[in-house]
Design a protein around this ligand. Structure first.
Ligand code: CMC
Length: 431
């Protein structure tokens, strides 16, 4: 029995049961309710999982009230300033920052796997030119299963590691192919002498007709954005990856399901939605009207890039991105971008408005990320693909952790059935 327990009493039968509380390193403990059904014959009810810990995890910690985000114990601010996306990917996968030799070996392995099978590249020709890039990404990531299904043994640690390296290595190549299909230009092969983010920029923007020089400001900003998106504990897409993975499906299929979950505007699709919202608002003079719309319960409009299930304080990633956004736009001579001015005004007004203050609605990671992507030349529809790229090491690290966790079983929630009571079939002529 753990040190802390919680006793639950059924007020109808009078039966009391003591449940252990599982404690973590930081954050609130969790009442272990596995035996509730056996003890009481009740399920627990928590739509949206607002009070439910679905697993134990060593990877990421969030304190939503204080605005704290740690990857394997390291504050996001320190990683964003000093680390690189590949180093952070190693940290998430293996639990530790790599030594110089480990980083070299990891980088070599990732670069070795950047190419995709030529026939996978052909898949893009099946998509209409203006297919949404997230549709292409989700389908093609899932299709990786077709190339590796027989060689994946999810019970073998080496096989799991190889999968992790493959998916981290191939995501930029797939994203690059989706981008080139989207803009109607020829596919650009990965260049392994470039950094992870430099290679991505090259695959997005270089053309066979002219030399392309990677802008170091863009390369650094992109790498930082990927770091900020790399993991976020049990968010909707990660929980989807874990749930799909709990069935024993192959990891590429599980990550494709994560991509699908990320696409929604309440999650990773919010970065695209923020830019569309800024376009719709159009001018700072319209801000007050849109703030009123966001507060009106009869109006479906929400201030995109605002609010978070866990953060009831400034999202620490938003603080970092806000600063980078100013730096990037300044470096690219876009500091007077009207959408930046609009975003700043919107934030300023919302942060003073009682509706947003009372509900603790602050800007989240997606509020400023779209403005940076736009400055880098990435089209709005492509923003969520960038988020997916960044989230990939988190997804695969969480999938691996789940696979190695002896306590995990197939994820199978229960329900409260509210449909018709049992009734007998009536032949169609008698209905
Ligand atoms: N604009 C206006 N009102 C809002 C907003 C918003 N963006 N977000 C929440 N509220 C209100 C909501 O109407 C509710 O009000 P009331 O208590 O009067 O009914 C209250 O705040 C609590 O909101 P909720 O919907 O119960 O909170 P949730 O935890 O279920 O939803 C959220 C979190 C992120 C889905 C939501 O805040 C939202 O839709 N935000 C806009 C979309 C967005 O920016 N998403 C990106 C999230 S961060 C990146 C990621 O994780 O992918």
């Amino acid at each position: 029995m753990s040190k802390h327990t919680v006793t639950v009493t059924d007020n109808t039968s009078g039966k009391s049961v003591e449940f252990p509380v599982k404690e973590g390193t930081h954050g609130p403990g969790a009442i272990d309710i596995k035996s509730v059904y056996k003890e009481f014959g009740y399920f627990t009810y928590d739509p949206g999982f607002t009070s439910t810990a679905s697993c134990r995890s060593d990877i990421t910690f969030i304190d939503g009230d204080e605005g704290v985000l740690l990857y394997r114990g390291y504050p996001i601010e320190q990683l964003a300033e000093h680390s690189t996306f590949l180093e952070v990917s190693h940290l998430l996968l293996y639990g530790e920052l790599p030594t110089a030799d480990e980083l070299d070996a990891f980088t070599a392995s990732i670069t070795k796997h950047t190419m995709v099978n030529e026939s996978l590249k052909d898949f893009f020709d099946g998509f209409h030119y203006n297919a949404h890039p997230m549709a292409m990404l989700t389908a093609v990531v899932s299709s990786l299963s077709a190339f590796y299904h027989d060689s994946i043994d999810i019970n073998d640690p080496e096989s799991r590691e190889l999968c992790a390296h493959r998916i981290i290595a191939k995501m930029p190549t797939i994203a690059g192919a989706a981008f080139k299909h989207f803009v109607g230009e020829p596919f650009v092969y990965p260049k392994n002498r470039l950094s992870y983010s430099g290679n991505l920029l090259n695959m997005l923007f270089s053309r066979p007709t002219e030399d392309y020089e990677i802008n170091p400001v863009a390369e650094k900003a992109l790498d930082q954005l990927l770091i900020l998106h790399a993991d976020h504990e049990q968010n909707a897409s990660t929980s989807t990856v874990r749930l799909a993975g709990s069935t024993g499906t192959n990891p590429f299929a599980a990550i494709a399901s994560g991509c699908a979950a990320l696409w929604g505007p309440a999650h990773g699709g919010a970065n695209e939605a923020v830019l569309r919202m800024l376009e719709e608002i159009g001018d700072v003079r319209n801000v007050a009207h849109y703030i009123d719309k966001a507060k009106d319960k009869d109006d479906p409009f929400r201030l995109m890039g605002f609010g978070h299930r866990v953060y009831k304080n400034y999202d620490p990633r938003a603080t970092i991105i806000r600063k980078t956004c100013h730096e990037v736009l300044h470096a690219m001579n876009m500091a007077d971008d009207p959408q930046l001015e609009l975003a700043i005004k919107l934030e300023e007004i919302a942060l003073q408005d009682d509706y947003f203050v009372e509900r603790k609605l602050y800007p989240n990671v997606d509020f400023y990320s779209g403005l940076i992507y736009k400055a880098l030349g990435i089209p709005t529809q492509f923003f969520t693909v960038m988020f997916a790229l960044g989230r990939t090491p988190g997804w695969i690290a969480q999938w691996a952790e789940m696979t190695e966790d002896g306590e995990q079983r197939i994820g199978r929630p229960r329900q409260i059935y509210t449909g018709a009571a049992r009734r007998d079939y009536v032949p169609v002529v008698k209905r």
